[in-house]
Design a protein. Structure first.
Length: 362
């Protein structure tokens, strides 16, 4: 009898646990209408728990007016997953200037899948983010998304995306965006993760055509190609105190045209923090100005550390200065090469680096 009572109590306890209500995962189909999308995001923000919005297949959600200052869609302040179904979020050509959307912390957690974000224009000065802004303390994940032809106007960074919070790009493309300030493609202050992603054809009127890293960048099987700026870096700039790790990644065809000033410039990668390359190709990048510059890689400052393994730095170009190196220019920092040829760069491979780059000749 005592054993029966124990079993009965245990069974009652299990039943009580099973009866505890759980928060439902809200799901909603969004008709092909900008108004319908605005209303759906607003509802999702006020619904407990995560929400999934399914967009109409192949629809263009054309935004003609601001929803809130600076944004065409409502602020994302909760956990929302938007399934695009090959749809497009677009600012109408006749509309006032505004970015497409903003994720705001601390609760904002946005996932975009299988859609295009295009033609946004941020005008909020230093806030930037022509297409998407990811606020400090928030998160955004883009999976099979194209962010294209957006602009950060005035003095804004991040022509395509500006991220103070965490940003992950998978199987995505950031292309043909423009920033007046830094980061034509992406300006990242928080953790940035790229996986099978292409950053291409972006430009900055000031500096860093492709990606500027203030926090951490982890890139795997990705491509940073054909980006350009007029001041400091064509492809990727790793700021002082920042960290970038690139694996199985291509850095190709990026261009800078800086003419003067301190701090140096680079066609491919400009590092003032900590840079690690593994099985990465730095190819055919160009530094065309007259400042101190590296065609492929520039490693500037006493705290700059570049560790390059099983990679290659070839066919890059730097011209116009006696303190330029076509392959790698090291100024005050440390560069370590392991199984990494630095060859066929113009006008030199690593000369006149100081300290010299061990294992690099010419």
């Amino acid at each position: 009898m005592p054993r029966f009572r124990v079993l009965a109590v245990a069974t009652t306890a299990v039943a009580a646990v099973a009866a505890v209500p759980t928060t439902a995962h809200a799901q909603e189909f969004v008709p092909c209408s900008a108004t319908a999308l605005r209303n759906a995001i607003t509802r999702a923000n006020t619904t407990p728990g995560p929400s999934t919005l399914y967009l109409s297949f192949g629809c263009t959600y054309q935004l003609t007016v601001e929803d809130n200052p600076g944004n065409g869609l409502p602020l994302v302040t909760s956990e929302i997953d938007i399934i695009g179904n090959k749809s497009t979020l677009r600012r109408a050509s006749t509309a006032p200037n505004f970015r497409i959307l903003e994720v705001r912390g601390p609760g904002g957690n946005l996932t975009l899948r299988n859609l295009t974000v295009r033609d946004g224009r941020s005008t909020s000065g230093g806030a930037g983010g022509g297409g998407i802004a990811v606020g400090f303390g928030s998160r955004a994940t883009l999976d099979t998304v194209e962010v294209t032809r957006n602009q950060a106007l005035v003095t804004g960074p991040g022509g395509g995306i500006v991220a103070g919070g965490s940003l992950t790009l998978r199987n995505s493309t950031v292309s043909y965006n423009i920033a007046q300030d830094e980061g034509g493609g992406v300006s990242a202050h928080g953790p940035l993760t790229l996986s099978n992603t292409t950053i291409t054809g972006n430009s900055a009127r000031a500096e860093v055509g492709g990606i500027v890293v203030h926090g951490t960048l982890t890139a795997t099987n990705s491509r940073v190609t054909d980006n350009a700026d007029g001041e400091a870096t064509g492809g990727i700039r790793v700021r002082s105190g920042a960290t970038a790790t690139l694996t199985d990644t291509l850095i190709r065809g990026n261009t800078t045209a800086r003419q003067s000033g301190g701090g140096g410039a680079a066609g491919g990668i400009n590092n003032s923090g900590s840079l690690t390359l593994e099985r990465t190709t730095v190819f055919a990048n160009r530094a065309l100005g007259t400042a101190d510059q590296g065609g492929g890689i520039a490693n500037f400052g006493d705290a700059a550390v570049a560790t390059i393994r099983n990679s290659s730095v070839t066919h890059n170009l730097a011209r116009g200065s006696l303190t330029s190196a076509g392959g790698i220019l090291n100024t005050g920092g440390t560069v370590s090469l392991t199984a990494t040829p630095v060859t066929d760069n113009l006008a030199s491979n690593c000369t006149p680096s100081s300290p010299a780059v061990a294992g690099c000749t010419g």
